[in-house]
Design a protein around this ligand. Structure first.
Ligand code: F6R
Length: 364
């Protein structure tokens, strides 16, 4: 059952190298993405003038990454909505919209309702889900399965990283069809994608380094997660994980937005988790870290190995294996999952079944 792990959550965090590998399996060939389960013709793809991504919770956070990748690579406008909001805002969806719904369980009531509404409006719907034969899988036009295996812990971990892979594969598939990026570039990204499972393994071998950071959270009631670009999207997921299972209030902030209001909330008592995996934004993030250091915050920083200037600025550093900016979220989130896990254990919480949370939310 728990395979020797103390909790399902830890087991599932450690299953990520396999889940990531399985989700790619059979889908990467000779510098090309093959999605047999998606039945879109080049004309269908040409016809789309917009993409709308709809999901809840962690799956929504995967969607935020999807927006950035699809817009950058496919050059088509993308909206991302929380399913319970999408339904009630009279969304501008029609037969030229590609709707992507993301749901681990495939049974989330709001996500399913958003899917049905999209179909009623004439959209083409692709689902990314982890459960074969789930309601979402049955209702969608096409399904990309994540092969994460059963996720038992309420806090989602391996479902999230495999959802990101699903979105990356779909984004590359659309890119190939539209020819919006050079073929060699697609080959390079695919090469990097293949290396992600073993890099995830490398991070997990270093889990102890994260466990040792837990003392920074003693008596803490609030924490901030900062990042720019894709790091900000991952920060939202990191903050959700910490809130869900440790019950510490956490805010994810776009690092550049701090000085527009909330900097005063940062004190010695507020640990700051700073994500700096995006090379083009690195210097800007660093200057935001210096701002929070000036307010005496303790900073845990995450960046790529070899970034030594960073080490001097933050209080604790964790180096990630190197990858391209676009795939960094797949690695960046893993230490954040571990961090929330260890903080929750240190507080003696029921890690796998946090209070007031259900694994599958089938009510609205
Ligand atoms: C967070 C978590 C929830 C789910 C959300 C959507 O750890 O588990 O936020 O991500 O309820 O669930 P699915 O993906 O099953 O639609």
């Amino acid at each position: 059952e728990k395979g020797g792990y103390e909790h399902f959550m830890l087991k599932e965090i450690f299953e990520q190298p396999k889940a990531l590998k399985d989700t790619l399996s059979g889908r990467l060939q000779d510098g090309e993405v093959i999605l047999q389960e998606v039945d879109l013709t080049p004309e269908d793809i040409h016809n789309f003038n917009k993409v709308a991504i709809v999901a809840c919770g962690t799956a929504y956070h995967a969607g935020l990454i999807g927006r950035k990748l699809i817009e950058k690579w496919v050059r088509i406008p993308v909206e991302v909505d929380i399913a319970s909001e999408f339904r009630y805002r009279a969304p501008l969806i029609d037969d030229r919209t590609l709707v992507i719904v993301i749901s681990q369980s495939g049974e989330t009531a709001d996500t399913l309702a958003a899917l049905k509404e999209s179909k009623r409006l004439g959209a083409r719907v692709i689902a990314i889900t982890n459960v074969v034969g789930s309601s979402v899988a049955r209702e969608a036009d096409d399904v990309i399965y994540t092969w994460a295996g059963p996720e038992i812990a309420v806090a989602s971990t391996k479902a999230y990283t495999t959802q990101i892979e699903g979105i990356v594969l779909l984004a590359l598939y659309l890119t190939q069809s539209k020819g919006t990026m050079p073929e060699e570039w697609i080959g390079e990204i695919i090469g990097e994608l293949r290396k992600i499972p073993e890099k995830a393994e490398e991070i997990l071998k270093n889990a102890q380094a994260i466990e040792q950071m837990v003392s920074l959270f003693d008596d803490v009631t609030s924490a901030f997660f900062l990042g720019r670009g894709l790091d900000w999207s991952v920060a939202l997921e990191g903050a959700l994980k910490l809130k869900e299972i440790s019950y510490i209030h956490a805010e994810a902030y776009a690092a550049g937005e701090l000085k527009h209001g909330t900097l005063a909330l940062i004190t010695e008592q507020t640990p700051v988790i700073a994500l700096a995996t995006q090379r083009d934004l690195y210097e800007k993030t660093l200057s935001n870290i210096i701002e929070v250091k000036a307010r005496d915050a303790k900073v845990i920083g995450f960046t790529f190995a070899g970034n030594s200037s960073f080490e001097k600025t933050v209080d604790q550093v964790f180096f990630l294996p190197d990858t391209v900016n676009e795939l960094a979220p797949l690695l960046m989130v893993i230490p954040l999952q571990l961090l929330s896990y260890y903080v929750s254990v240190a507080r003696d919480n029921d890690v796998d079944k946090p209070r007031n949370l259900a694994k599958s939310v089938t009510v609205e």
